[in-house]
Design a protein around this ligand. Sequence first.
Ligand SMILES: Cc1ncc(COP(=O)(O)O)c(C=O)c1O
Length: 418
Amino acid sequence: MSLWDRRSFLTVSAGSLAAMKTRHGMAMSTEEDPLGVRGEFPAAENQTFLNTAWVGPIPQVARDAGVAYADETLIWADSRSRLDEKELARAEFAELFGAKPEEVALLFTTADGEAIVVNGLDLEPGDNIVVDALHYTGTFSHLMYLQDHYGIELRVVPHRDGRIQVEDFESHIDARTRLVSVAWVNNRNGFRLDLEKLVALAHAKGTLVYADVVQGLGTCPVNLTELGVDFACAAAHKWLFGGYGVAGFFIREEHLERIRPDRWGHGQVFQTRTPSGWVTGLPAGRFPELEFRHRVNADKYEYSCLAYGAVAQLAASLGLLKQVGLAEIEAHTMPLARELRAGIADLGFSVWTPEGNQAPIVSFVHRQEITELMRQLAEARISVSFREHDRALMRVSVSLFNNRRDVQRLLDFLKPLA
Ligand SMILES: Cc1ncc(COP(=O)(O)O)c(C=O)c1O
């Protein structure tokens, strides 16, 4: 499928969800398939998949885009197609999440986004970074390393019964705070913190905010510009359904000069001066005759080649999300998650996800012997995650392709264990 074909295929023509056209024909909104997308997600049919917070299955359109890319590399008929896919993925990400394409870079993982920001701030001993206790474990490993080796202080805002209160950040931020870094929706109990309020507080104190949005983007309408967040990053392999190997990074335009790239490669070179004049890109040449002009937009963080197959998949899956609609996804999954949470609580399990939480993730204490529980879940073909084995947490997540029957299947499975 050419780029133009795919773009036009992914564009919603008009009409209601009930009349939504997918590659598989007219998918009606039914009780079994409220958003008309199950045909795109075979994973939803061969098991009860309640595990997108771990990794989202890719839809057919993304699979087709990945195969088309692989086929192209077999024959190498159109060497520019990978660059077109890159532009398309960046543009789709920017449009869907309220950014300018110049503010978006395609990185490898979520961790890359936070590392670029932290490394680009030129921290000095005595500076501090404020996080909350529910931030991703990988962040702690990075920031504790900086604390131990470079004298950067890590300040941790505690949670209160699984909730992060924005006002609790106030006393942790001071003149040496260089960054507030949070997971907008955390991966442990799915609590979604009030990012807009946090940004207002941090900015009033002169501090920048990085948001790890990997558990949030794709679950509800988001406008990163209006949220006011300075930096954000989300890998494609969860709620963006693009698979592993690429992540969308947002940096507000005003910070582009301040955050210098922390690694270098040919990708940053916009133009090169050769003995015969300025040329685009990086021709083979001899130092010291060359002079470079570097990229100045967010694409300067794309320092080298990307995993273009993954990029093509992401472009396609973002197109699908746009077609389905983030508001529709939110309106479908949030009530389903509330139903799931209430059902689990009614069975008598201790639920860690706060009531009224605005994210499609629920975690609770299952109290079972883990190996046997995993065996039974595998036998029942139900996919969920386990967290914090000492506390025996089960994490369940519902996404656009789940339905009430999926939720009921899990509740039926849990009933004898309660
Ligand atoms: C909140 C959060 N941040 C970061 C990550 C890690 O993402 P990546 O592997 O893309 O760096 C995860 C993975 O589960 C996560 O849930």
